[in-house]
Design a protein around this ligand. Structure first.
Ligand code: ZN
Length: 482
């Protein structure tokens, strides 16, 4: 169906909010400095969207996912507390990743309460049928705007097993061309791909598939201050934690984009606040007020986890795990989400932001050979030259070892030298390690796995109380690029 009339369309997009309902500290860069500013919050996101709707006739709003997980109030309610806030914003579609954290059936339950669809052309039931709708076609001012969804490829690969119970998930590369054909046959004038595969993965996919006009990319927390064009597709991604909202204005004519304008808006105090959303956020957080005021320790520096190879925030977690379980090594996953903790007091809520699912700490024994294999596998999953093989997160967080690595090397050959403590690793020696979640030490590695009775948050609170944070420990680096 061709339209000779021009249409202006505003596409508003946010991704990877990770349960941060209200304004919070966010990390920004200024020259060589890291600076913290307050950003985010659904009330300002909603306020901005309402403002755009008052000024523009044709507005579509999308959520790139990682929405129903990431902070204590959200995880404790299994995502339920965000549902009314999201429904009130008026969203047109979303895709998911951590949204599968409570199992596929619970995602279906959450989705049934939303006034918009959760899409996933790449998520299959065991029998081979689709678990989620693959796409939705929005009618806007006589135009048909097709929105195709891809959920994260890694849900059934590197995430805990219960995320994908009974599901099989692909990277979407086989499905996408077929779905584009299908929606074009249904008369779509414009094709939008909403994807949680990640920025490198989306660029790779788009370079091989024609016919996507706009890609709304999520997962890798990229702040794209300008659009990227891949094979005629306009690509945006908008950071994380709700600190940014992408605003893409396009002018469409005869099934193509004539021109476009893009801005990555920082969600700060310059944006209007929607009072109704603000009330809903306050209501959602009210039962947890104690968490925010319960001081459990202090930090001499601002803690964050925005670096690929190491992070002060994860060093707190790892040191606490080692201390309570008396191991010489500790491992946790390189989670990307989690806002900075400012220098000064640390609240209980801050600890839950580090590890919102608050698992029990486990211990195991790993041979030197296994440790090297596990680290090489993880480095490949982070830095693979083939974007579709990248399945991070950041690099695995470790304490008690030092690996000198060549990031650019091929799979299995990145580690040049590996030390456990100060001694070269020994292939056959068994080392005692603590870890959190299957992502910390995958099940295939280790002997004598045991779960302790102490949770990650309890361990950190204990550590802060009894040992306290030391700057050298916080700045310790397990991976040194050489
Ligand atoms: Zn994310």
């Amino acid at each position: 169906m061709y339209h000779s009339e021009k249409m202006k369309l505003s596409v508003l997009f946010f991704n990877d909010i990770h349960g941060y309902l209200q304004p919070h500290p966010e990390l920004f860069y200024s020259g060589s400095e890291e600076v913290i500013k307050i950003a985010g919050g659904y009330a300002r996101i909603a306020g901005y969207i309402n403002d755009v709707r008052r000024q523009q006739e044709n507005v579509l709003v999308f959520d790139g996912g990682d929405t129903f997980h990431g902070t204590f109030p959200v995880v404790q309610s299994k995502g339920e507390v965000v549902v009314p806030i999201l429904n009130n914003i008026g969203i047109d579609a979303m895709v998911g990743h951590w949204d599968f954290a409570y199992g596929p059936q619970h995602l279906r339950h959450l989705s049934s309460q939303l006034n918009y669809p959760v899409l996933g052309m790449n998520v299959y039931n065991e029998a081979g049928s689709l678990f989620l709708p693959a796409y939705v076609i929005k009618e806007v001012n006589g135009y048909k705007i097709a929105v195709l969804g891809i959920c994260s490829n890694i849900i059934d690969k590197t995430m805990p097993k219960h995320f994908s119970k009974g599901l099989r998930i692909t990277d979407g590369s086989k499905e996408l061309p077929e779905m584009i054909n299908r929606v074009r046959n249904e008369g779509a004038n414009l094709v939008i791909l909403l994807s949680h595969n990640g920025f490198p993965q989306d660029c790779d996919l788009l370079s091989k598939v024609n016919g996507v006009d706009i890609c709304l990319s999520a997962h890798t927390h990229n702040r794209l201050y300008e659009t990227i064009t891949v094979n005629d597709t306009v690509v945006i991604q908008c950071g994380c934690h709700g600190s940014f909202i992408g605003h893409l204005d396009v002018e469409i004519e005869s099934n193509t984009i004539n021109s476009y304008r893009y801005e990555l808006k920082v969600v700060d105090e310059t944006l209007p606040q929607d009072e109704e959303t603000e009330r809903m956020v306050k209501d959602a957080l009210a039962p947890h007020a104690d968490l925010f005021t319960d001081v459990v320790g202090t930090t001499p520096v601002t803690l964050h986890r925005y670096n690929t190879l190491h992070s002060s925030m994860d060093n707190l977690l790892l040191a606490a795990m080692m201390r309570v379980s008396q191991t010489e090594l500790a491992f946790s996953n390189g989670w990307r989400y989690g806002i900075p903790i400012l220098k000064g007091n640390i609240s209980k809520n801050d600890l839950f932001n580090i590890i919102p699912h608050n698992p029990f700490i486990s211990t195991t024994e790993l041979t030197g050979e296994e440790i090297k294999e596990m680290l090489e596998e993880n480095l490949e999953r982070t830095f693979s030259a083939n974007p579709m093989q990248q399945m991070g997160g950041y690099v695995k967080r470790c304490m008690g070892l030092t690996a000198y690595i060549k990031v650019e090397n091929r799979k299995d050959y990145r580690i040049q030298e590996l030390f456990i403590g100060n001694s070269p690793y020994q292939k056959d020696k068994r080392y005692r390690a603590s870890f959190v979640t299957e992502q910390g030490v995958p099940e295939k590695f280790g002997f004598n796995r045991q779960q302790t009775e102490i949770t990650a948050v309890e361990a950190m609170a204990l550590f802060l109380n009894e040992t306290g944070l030391d700057i050298n420990m916080l700045h310790q680096k397990s991976f040194v690029p050489v």
